[in-house]
Design a binder for this molecule. Sequence first.
Ligand SMILES: Cc1cc2nc3c(=O)[nH]c(=O)nc-3n(C[C@H](O)[C@H](O)[C@H](O)COP(=O)(O)OP(=O)(O)OC[C@H]3O[C@@H](n4cnc5c(N)ncnc54)[C@H](O)[C@@H]3O)c2cc1C
Length: 406
Amino acid sequence: MGLVIVGASLAGLRAAESARRSGWDGEITLIGAEEHLPYDRPPLSKAQLDSGAADALVPLKSRAELDELAITTLLGNPATGLDTSGRRVLLGEAQVPYDALVIATGATPFRLPGADGLTGVTGLRTHAEAVAVRRALDAGARTVVIGAGFIGSEIASAARKRGLPATIVERLEVPLSRSLGPEPGEICANLHRAAGTDLRLGVGVSGLESAGGRVTGVVLDDGTTLPADLVVVGIGVRPATGWLEGSPVALHDGDRGVLCTASLATSVPGVWAAGDVAHFPNSRFDGDLMRLEHWTNAAEQGALAARNALAGPGEETAILDTIPYFWSDWYDHRLQFVGTPRADEVVTLGPRGPGAIVLYRRGSQLAGVLTIDRPRDIMKFRRLVMEPGSWEEALFQATERTAATV
Ligand SMILES: Cc1cc2nc3c(=O)[nH]c(=O)nc-3n(C[C@H](O)[C@H](O)[C@H](O)COP(=O)(O)OP(=O)(O)OC[C@H]3O[C@@H](n4cnc5c(N)ncnc54)[C@H](O)[C@@H]3O)c2cc1C
């Protein structure tokens, strides 16, 4: 019995560590679908695509460190079901009983219909996929990325860094305009253009061409065919909750992520969730229901879910009122975002490119900030989002900072 965590990646590992750190001396079992010890994903679309990067995977914690924390791992063992009345996780024929359970199964990329089994077509979520992408780049692949999201943009950037041709195909007229707004989206588009990435906007993909089981091209809705040796599909992810279907754990009607309270409790007593799989109401942003796909959130939520899962009877659970934060590295630029882009108004200050500060207003307050190449400023704005600072104050600070660097 004891604490069982399903999903052996960032959120799951942080859950296990924080359980031990908070004094839990019972059993901890970490169940993972992948064969590997937990490892970090952000480098998969960054340093691990550089030429000369090692194939070897560097885990977030070594086997020895996990042993020292007395964490039992069941790797290469996907959970197939959940019996909440018997408090058991099902692994095919096997069962793992629990007193408290943390769900940390993250998310799985959407696939392109008809692409299964075709060499040269991949998503990028796992270490094996990163190795495949890097090897294709090493071989000088003409790269087409489908979807102009953050990870897709990093892959185009890796290709251009090597001087290889890279094209991004995006259904929206302006990349990231739904998540960041039209003007910041245009700034992002210009980062691509300046680096020589060919952006095909407002067009979808109607199919792939192949020869001998290997992709040779991407056919667009407008009839164009883009020659390609490597096609990376970055059209979003779905929470990995197939194994929970049929269980009483309440899932989101839309994307089937796990619905949680602000303390990360699910609808079933004793079952908690954390990381990319979890929806939670964020009290800092009017209780907005959020499901974040950000490294810092997965780490924080994993730790909190385990502490709450192990709270004794009558002990209060803590709530998560985090300020979302993520970063992304494109070409030689660092994009950083704090807060929420769900806003009443979006204002860009400074250059419409590197050095820009984009402010997001909700009511009379600062709700979010995007910066490009301003790693020191973003932390100051994070404090302002946290306070939360007034819109006037945010405008004043952003004006001062951008003026100082013009
Ligand atoms: C290529 C890439 C680059 C990224 N770059 C950035 C970045 O620059 N900045 C940033 O903020 N964030 C970035 N992220 C996002 C960040 O890595 C994720 O938010 C984080 O990994 C989420 O952690 P998680 O533990 O919730 O889920 P995941 O990391 O998805 O892990 C879930 C684990 O659960 C396992 N699993 C799934 N189903 C089952 C099952 N049924 N049974 C057992 N195990 C199961 C999966 O195999 C996986 O190992 C990036 C992500 C990727 C993929």
